[in-house]
Design a protein around this ligand. Sequence first.
Ligand code: AMP
Ligand code: MG
Length: 488
Amino acid sequence: MKRSSYAGLPERFYARINPTPVARPRLLKFNQALSAELRLELDEQDADALTGLFSGNVIAPGLEPIAMAYAGHQFGQFVPQLGDGRAILLGEAVDVAGVRRDVQLKGSGRTPYSRGGDGRAALGPVLREYLVSEAMHALRIPTTRALAAVSTGESVFREQGALPGAIVTRVAASLVRVGTFQYFAARNDIDAVRMLADYVIERHYPEIQGVKKPYLELLRAVTGAQASLIAGWMNVGFIHGVMNTDNMTVSGETIDFGPCAFMDSYDPAAVFSSIDRHGRYAFGNQPHAGAWNLARLAETLLSLIDDEAERAVELATEVISDFAGAFAAARLAGLSRKLGLSTREVGDLPLAEELLDIMQRNHADFTLTFRALCDAAETPEADTSLGGLFDNPREYEQWASRWRTRLAREPQAPRERGAAMRCANPGLIPRNHRIEQVIQAAVEADDFAPFHRLSTALSQPYQPLEGFEPYTEPPLPGERVLQTFCGT
Ligand code: AMP
Ligand code: MG
């Protein structure tokens, strides 16, 4: 790991700060595969070194840890100063593909951006972030990763009382957010906005360098990345839960797993986050929230896009309005793969939407339904066993007969189709009740076996490992999770 390139930007972009040492750190999990990908040369056997590094108790020579400044719209309200209140960017690693990746501790102590907070994280949210971010990666959705988790041996105090403290180490293509642009734009610091934009272009979108309107193209690139990301979420039933502008990266990676959740039965109105009282970030609203956030990014770039204000607005508006089309195309591509359609016909989107409607009306499990379709697609004759997932199996069967008629016009052989569909329809997702069980065992009984087991299960979502079948199941009525909490 080396000094972060972000620390080479002017001092007003961040605060220099070291993690606050913790009392009795204990390594809970180290992601050896990710460490190797980052070429960190860490020895899996050297628990002391790993514990020192990932607790923030030991800072490697040459690093210049920083807390990054950012602002953000939180549920529509602009907050001019947020920033890393409990996270510290340790440094950067160049991975095996030559990509620079940020390595950041989260829960590592107070920073100048902590406001009233303690700078710490509770064990539950740390385990959730570790499991869900790694699951997202295994699902092949762009995401920050988890490199390690340690418990601190200290308590943090939250609404529920004293909880065990922990630190998660996350790895990101970069940690620049829409809110980072807003921080400088709100201060009318156009030079800083330009420096930040240049940094992001160089780091994430180098193909834009030297084009005629690089800042407009930056907006277009982020818009495309976010459209495809959000479509990716929705095709696996993911609800981010807190799509504030400070939680939206410009790289197009998923970030912040506070109140996130995966749907069991399909419902576009699904909301799990306890703080999302009006359903602003409900499952089906995610593309709207994304477009809204991109409009906030556009506002920060206007004066760089064109000297003439009206022209800048016109150009930026055009790009933002492309979001809907880009999202729709990415979503349809995903749904087509999920239904086993390798060619495109005009009736495909209505066919997919009809299935979703029927799933919603019949409380069908999103993941199990699509996974069962993979088997059904391999049998040319009607297979009605899937109907059991629907309150009224007839509704499914009527839809399935139309689907089979459509499949008959596909060039793929049934077996080939089934295999392709199993790469688009995970059999195993991080179900909320499983995450809760893991957290409960860890927090209440200091038992991490369920965490390790779930972590293994989630590493193979498209080809569930033998012996992990119970993890594919939806919750029993008594196990259902109704709300998730940020835990901050
Ligand atoms: P989040 O809800 O995680 O996106 O955080 C929103 C803002 O609150 C960010 O600026 C965080 O750094 C800050 N924050 C959240 N939890 C804490 C904490 N325990 N201590 C200090 N700052 C925090
Ligand atoms: Mg955040």
